[in-house]
Design a protein around this ligand. Structure first.
Ligand code: MG
Length: 505
C-alpha cells in the first residue's frame, strides 16, 4: 500500500481543526454559486448579509487561539514533506490576511461587493455606468484601504496581486507585458493585412437552437470527461467554475442563441478549471491544499483545454457529427471552415470572446487601468472615457456603449482588483505546459481524436500539475519541470506558428 501523503501527527491535528474553516468555505462557495446562477434578484441584500457574517466566522476561526497554537506546533516540526509544508504555508498565508484586516472591514467588503454585483448587472443590462459608479467608487476606496492593511514592498498593487497569485509583483507583470505587447501587435498587424483576413465569418451570425446546444454541451463533456457523477453544468451569463466540496465541482456556460463558438469555448474553458480540482490527490481532500489556489496555474488549465484541444482542427473533426446534429446547416461547412471560425482573429470588444492573439491586449488594458485606479491617477467617474481611449489605441476600436465596454466583466463588482493579469500569465503558462507535454507524448493534435488520447493528456496533467493541488506556487511547480524562467516566449512561438498556418502569413 502507498503511504498517505500527510503523515505528521501535528499536521493531521491541524487539518482536523481546519475542518471548521473548510465547512464555512463549503457553504460560502455554494451560496456564491447560487447567487451567480439561480438566486432571485431581490435576494442580493440578504445574501450579502449572510456571506458577510460567514466571512467573519472564518476570520474568527483563523484567529482562534487554539487554532493558532496548533499552527505554531505544526511549524516547529522537523522533516515535514512537501505536502505538510504546503499546508502550513497556505494556512499562514490566510492567517496573515485575517490578522491584517479588521473584522468590520471584512464584513463591509463582502456586504458592499454582494450588493454591487446586482447594481453591476442592472447597469450592464441598461448600459448605464452611472448605476454602478457609486458602488465601484466604494469598492475602489475599500480596495485601496485593503492594500494598505495588507502591506507591500514597492507598489500598493503588489498587495492586491498577491491575494490572487502568491508572490506576484507589479514589476513582474510589467516586465511580462513589455515583452509580449509589441510582438503581439506586430502579429495582429500581419494577420490583418493577410489575404485570408476576414472582418466577419458567416457562422458568427448563425442562430442556434438552445436546447440543441445544451445537448452538445453534454456530449462535449461526455467526450472530455470520465465521471459525470462529480461534475455538473448550469447556466450563467458570466461563466465560472467552482468546487463546492469533495465530489462536487460545478461549471457554468451560456447560451445566447447565436455564434455558438462562445458557448462551446466557455464550456471547455470551465471544464479545464474543473478537471484541475477534480484530479487533486485524494489524500489532500479537506485540506487547505486541495484544488488549485494559484490563479495562474488554474488559468493555464482552462486555456489549455479551450485553445489547444477545443480549437484544434483534429478535435473539431472528431466532434463534427455532433456539431452537425446541433446545427444542421453546419453540414454546408467543412471541419476546416469551422476550425477557421473558431480561430478567427480580429479586434473585438469583449475579452472573454477575444481570439488568442488580441486576448492579451484586453488584459493589458485592465492591468493599466487598475494600476492607475490604485495609484489615484484616475477617478472612477472618468473610467468609461479612459476605457474607450485605450481600446482605440490598442485595438483600433471604440465600444458603442458601456455595456460592451467598461461594464463587460463581473470582476470589479466582486471586488476582484488585481485578478486580471493572471488571465494572461496563465495563458502563457499553458503554452509552456504544451511544449513539455508534447516533448513527452508527441503532438496534442495526434491525441485529441480518441478517448484514449484525451485520457493520456488528462493523466499527464494530473501527474505534473493536478495531483499536487496547491502544494506549490506557480513558480515552484514550473521549476519541477524545467530550469527555464517563466516567460511569454512559448506563447509567442505557439501563436506565431498557429496563425502563420491559418492565415498563410
Ligand atoms: Mg478562467
Amino acid at each position: 500500500m502507498q503511504q498517505a501523503l500527510i503523515q505528521n501527527a501535528a499536521i493531521k491535528k491541524l487539518i482536523e481543526s481546519y475542518k471548521t474553516i473548510w465547512s464555512l468555505n463549503h457553504v460560502s462557495a455554494l451560496a456564491f454559486w447560487d447567487m451567480n446562477t439561480y438566486m432571485p434578484l431581490e435576494g442580493a441584500k440578504g445574501r450579502g448579509e449572510a456571506l458577510g457574517k460567514i466571512a467573519l466566522l472564518t476570520q474568527q476561526a483563523f484567529l482562534d487561539k487554539s487554532f493558532i497554537d496548533l499552527l505554531s506546533a505544526a511549524k516547529s516540526q522537523h522533516s515535514l514533506n512537501e505536502y505538510e509544508q504546503a499546508v502550513i504555508r497556505l494556512l499562514q498565508r490566510s492567517l496573515k490576511f485575517y490578522q491584517a484586516l479588521p473584522p468590520d472591514f471584512i464584513e463591509e467588503f463582502v456586504r458592499v461587493t454582494s450588493e454591487a454585483h446586482f447594481s453591476w448587472k442592472a447597469a450592464k443590462e441598461q448600459s448605464n455606468f452611472s448605476l454602478f459608479e457609486p458602488h465601484l467608487q466604494k469598492i475602489v476606496e475599500l480596495t485601496r484601504k485593503k492594500a494598505s492593511y495588507l502591506g507591500y514592498k514597492e507598489h500598493p498593487y503588489d498587495a492586491l496581486l498577491d491575494e490572487y497569485e502568491e508572490e506576484l509583483t507589479t514589476k513582474e507583470v510589467e516586465q511580462y507585458f513589455s515583452e509580449l505587447k509589441e510582438p503581439l501587435i506586430a502579429l495582429l498587424k500581419k494577420i490583418r493585412s493577410s489575404r485570408n483576413y476576414k472582418e466577419e465569418h458567416a457562422l458568427e451570425n448563425l442562430d442556434y437552437n438552445v436546447e440543441n446546444m445544451k445537448r452538445l454541451t453534454n456530449q462535449l463533456l461526455a467526450t472530455l470527461h470520465y465521471n459525470m457523477d462529480h461534475l455538473r453544468v448550469d447556466v450563467a451569463p458570466h461563466p465560472f467554475s467552482t468546487t463546492i466540496g469533495v465530489g462536487d465541482t460545478r461549471i457554468t456556460t451560456r447560451y445566447e442563441g447565436k455564434d455558438f463558438a462562445r458557448s462551446y469555448s466557455s464550456t471547455i474553458h470551465e471544464y479545464g478549471h474543473a478537471l484541475y480540482d477534480l484530479q487533486t490527490h485524494e489524500d489532500l481532500y479537506y485540506t487547505p491544499i486541495s484544488g488549485g489556489s494559484s490563479l495562474i496555474i488554474h488559468e493555464s488549465q482552462s486555456r489549455f483545454w479551450e485553445n489547444f484541444i477545443g480549437k484544434s482542427l483534429e478535435f473539431i473533426h472528431a466532434l463534427y457529427p455532433e456539431l452537425v446534429q446541433m446545427q444542421p446547416e453546419l453540414k454546408n461547412y467543412t471541419p476546416e471552415q469551422i476550425h477557421h471560425y473558431f480561430n478567427i482573429v480580429k479586434p473585438s470588444l469583449i475579452r472573454t470572446e477575444a481570439d488568442e492573439v488580441t486576448y492579451h491586449l484586453h488584459v493589458l488594458i485592465r492591468f493599466e487601468i487598475e494600476k492607475a485606479l490604485i495609484d489615484n491617477k484616475v477617478e472612477v467617474k472618468d473610467l468609461p472615457a479612459l476605457w474607450n481611449k485605450k481600446y482605440k489605441e490598442y485595438l483600433g476600436i471604440t465600444p458603442p456603449n458601456d455595456s460592451e465596454g467598461i461594464l463587460q466583466d463581473v470582476h470589479w463588482s466582486q471586488g476582484s482588483i488585481g485578478y486580471f493579469p493572471t488571465y494572461s500569465l496563465g495563458t502563457a503558462l499553458s503554452a509552456i505546459w504544451k511544449s513539455h507535454l508534447e516533448k513527452e507524448l508527441g503532438p496534442i493534435s495526434a491525441l485529441v481524436s480518441s478517448k484514449a488520447g484525451l485520457k493520456q493528456i488528462q493523466d499527464w496533467l494530473k501527474e505534473h500539475i493536478h495531483q499536487y493541488g496547491s502544494t506549490h506556487t506557480f513558480g515552484d511547480l514550473l521549476r519541477k519541470k524545467s530550469s527555464e524562467p517563466f516567460s511569454s516566449k512559448y506563447l509567442l512561438d505557439y501563436l506565431t506558428d498557429k496563425y502563420t498556418t491559418i492565415y498563410s502569413l
